[in-house]
Design a protein around this ligand. Structure first.
Ligand SMILES: CC(=O)[C@@H](O)[C@H](O)COP(=O)(O)O
Ligand SMILES: NCC(=O)COP(=O)(O)O
Length: 262
């Protein structure tokens, strides 16, 4: 898929994050719910990618999940994108070197964080990120940096060698229904424009749901990929994987049909 900065007529891909399937599985020694069963069901229903975030403490996705998913996608799902997220100064690069996923999303999480809650900081992080970005790209892996919606930082992300940014969307999700919603959304619109102008592709994720996804994509143009896990798995507990996947794909399609004027 193109990593260009073209915001033109990009169709947004749905990448299902399976962290929370693994979280439930890990509470017993029974192997259910199965991460691979979830992946197959979501992909059969039309999802275009799978995302995992194998944290160092293995609280949910474990190393065998990552290798099992990599093998499954290579064998049965050609063309489906595998996105591995993590901190490149912790365990992420081991997965990048061994499995060479389509995309690696660099996330600056400490091991003690309960979840991801911030993006990289430029110029502070630039020089230590640069060689790891170069190494991943030399292995044929697209690199996306997890970033807060700060338009002024997007040129620096490109300068350090990244292909894409993943806009951290918790701030947007939390603003929904508040007086500040439009102003917050405007920062994401401006950040995406700045990223595209710098020649970066734009991904988005964290706390996206079927309640907020359409409005986000209607406003923020040219998003290549949304990676969605927590709300998706919560919905799948009620609706099942197939219906949930179709509902999120419908949200994406609805946004593309109703895109706000640029
Ligand atoms: C980077 C990000 O926002 C998510 O991809 C992350 O995977 C969430 O991690 P948890 O599922 O551990 O909350
Ligand atoms: N990069 C975001 C992701 O993969 C899933 O985040 P969430 O939907 O679990 O908040």
């Amino acid at each position: 898929m193109s990593t260009s900065g073209n915001a033109g007529t990009t169709t947004t891909s749905l990448s299902v994050n399976l962290n929370k399937v693994a979280l439930v599985r890990n509470t017993r020694h029974l192997g259910i719910p199965s991460v691979l069963t979830a992946a197959n069901a979501c992909l059969a229903a039309g999802a275009q990618g799978i995302t995992v975030h194998p944290r160092p403490d293995a609280r949910h996705i474990r190393a065998h999940d990552v290798s099992d998913l990599s093998a499954l996608l290579a064998k049965d799902w050609p063309g489906i994108e595998f996105n591995i997220e993590g901190n490149p100064f912790q365990n992420l690069m081991d997965f990048v070197r061994e499995l060479r996923p389509h995309q690696a999303t660099f996330v600056p999480d400490s091991e003690s964080q309960s979840t991801s809650d911030h993006g990289w900081s430029f110029p502070d992080d630039a020089e230590r990120l640069r060689p790891l970005i170069a190494e991943a790209k030399a292995l044929g892996v697209r690199v996306s940096l997890f970033m807060d919606p700060i338009p002024e930082m997007m040129a620096a992300v490109k300068a350090v060698g990244a292909d894409r940014v993943e806009l951290y969307t918790e701030g947007y999700a939390a603003s929904r229904g508040t007086a500040g919603e439009e102003a917050v959304l405007a920062r994401y619109v401006e950040s995406a424009r700045a990223a595209h102008a710098a020649g970066l592709g734009v991904n988005a994720g964290h706390d996206l749901s079927r309640d907020n996804l359409t409005a986000f994509l209607r406003a923020v143009r040219g998003v290549h990929e949304v990676s969605i896990g927590h709300a998706f798995v919560a919905d799948a507990l009620e609706l099942g994987y197939t219906a949930t996947t179709r509902e999120y794909l419908r949200c994406i399609t609805e946004a593309q049909q109703q895109a706000r004027p640029a």
